[in-house]
Design a protein around this ligand. Sequence first.
Ligand code: HEM
Length: 155
Amino acid sequence: MDFTITKTNFGEKPEFEYPKPLFLEEMGEEGLKKLFSDFYDLVVESDIGNFFPQNEEELEKVKAHNVKFFIEACGGEKHYSKAVGHFDMLKTHKQFSITEKARREWLGCMEEVLRKVNISPEAKQSFWNFLETFSKHTVNVDERQELEDLVVKKG
Ligand code: HEM
């Protein structure tokens, strides 16, 4: 398994491939639900925890809702687009300020839970590759630009 995270070139929207059907076949819907439940439990304790509800009941709702996207992205039932009416992750993430650092924190939590899952390396790698590339689309704050603005202001 290769959990490498490559750098986002801000503004670039790299092409990605959805995970192979093998991943959902091996995990099953229940397996994915468990994976994302464990994932969000880690996320709320992480450096990006402030973005997410700390209230347990609200977090359960986020888990139940968001996993629908992943089931659909993995080739399963179209629960997410039926519920939301679209499948556009850029739109849904615009309201949050997501830096490259936040993306890496998100992926780090995912790596931790994925390592514990007992499926074939081929299936796992294909899911990771999807997330690693797709997550670049969610980055909407240019850290370098922010730093430059800060320097200009100070100067
Ligand atoms: C592969 C990358 C990612 C995918 C596929 C993904 C997927 C999703 C999905 C499906 C939702 C639910 C949207 C809705 O219908 O309301 C969501 C919400 C959210 N995502 Fe992401 N996400 C990704 C990366 C990130 C990253 C890097 C962050 C960094 C902070 C992030 C923060 C959030 C937040 C704060 C919410 C709202 C949670 C809530 O409802 O309170 N996401 N994401």
